[in-house]
Design a protein around this ligand. Structure first.
Ligand SMILES: Nc1nc2c(ncn2[C@@H]2O[C@H](COP(=O)(O)OP(=O)(O)OP(=O)(O)O)[C@@H](O)[C@H]2O)c(=O)[nH]1
Length: 200
């Protein structure tokens, strides 16, 4: 199945406790992580929505950047799942049936990841997420915008975990050809590994 219109969602809120500073605004190879990730997502997706609460440093510093649209979390502290529910609703309202979802702390994503996830999407499936040898990656996935209400109901019930979304939906998993796409930068040592080029 081919998809012409695919929205992009970049999760960029949260507290970045392990990193000690907002990951979205962190510089990697001369640009902020958010700018870098957005540059890839914009090659395949439109509109591109950044999900972050107005209280986040990323929102204050980067909300004027480029053509990115910002979706602020309905409720502060609702975690990535809250950001995803709000952004999927906004993507659906913008006319998209499908959205690619990733996190601002995944600076090595490529458009190949988006294509491989889309290739795994069937009419019936609600979502397709990446998995590698170790685990599922619900923050690297394509989701139907029709699931926004289901996810919002989870959030309203106090759920914060992305894995709860995976369990609640008809979710397919695909093994992607380049696991570097899934590299996650959570702490200063992760960024250091990336800068010295020792990511495997
Ligand atoms: N919109 C939104 N995004 C979030 C929220 N919490 C985390 N994220 C994003 O989800 C992705 C994964 O977040 P985590 O690394 O689990 O959490 P974090 O708060 O960024 O970092 P830690 O405080 O170190 O756990 C990152 O891209 C965050 O920007 C939230 O409450 N709202």
């Amino acid at each position: 199945m081919s998809y012409d219109t695919v929205a992009g969602i970049i999760l960029a809120g949260g507290r970045s406790r392990r990193m000690g500073q907002d990951k979205a605004g962190l510089e990697f190879e001369g640009v902020t992580m958010l700018t870098r990730v957005a540059g890839v997502v914009e090659q395949r997706c439109a509109p591109v929505l950044v999900a972050a609460p107005e209280t986040s440093q990323a929102y204050r510093e980067l909300s004027r950047e480029s053509d990115l649209r910002w979706v602020t979390d309905e409720k502060q502290g609702s975690g990535p799942l809250g950001g995803l529910a709000a952004a999927l609703a906004a993507a659906g309202a913008a006319g998209a049936d499908v959205a690619f979802v990733c996190a601002t702390d995944m600076p090595l994503i490529g458009t190949g990841l988006i294509e491989e996830l889309l290739a795994g999407l069937t009419e019936q499936a609600d979502a397709v997420i990446a998995r590698d040898a170790q685990r599922d990656h619900p923050m690297a996935g394509v989701y139907r915008t029709r699931v926004a209400e289901t996810l919002q109901a989870l959030v309203d019930g106090g759920e914060l975990r992305m894995t709860a979304a995976v369990e609640a939906l008809d979710t397919r998993r695909v093994s992607v050809t380049d696991e570097n796409w899934l590299t996650n930068v959570d702490a200063p040592e992760d960024l250091h590994r990336l800068r010295v080029g020792s990511v495997s």
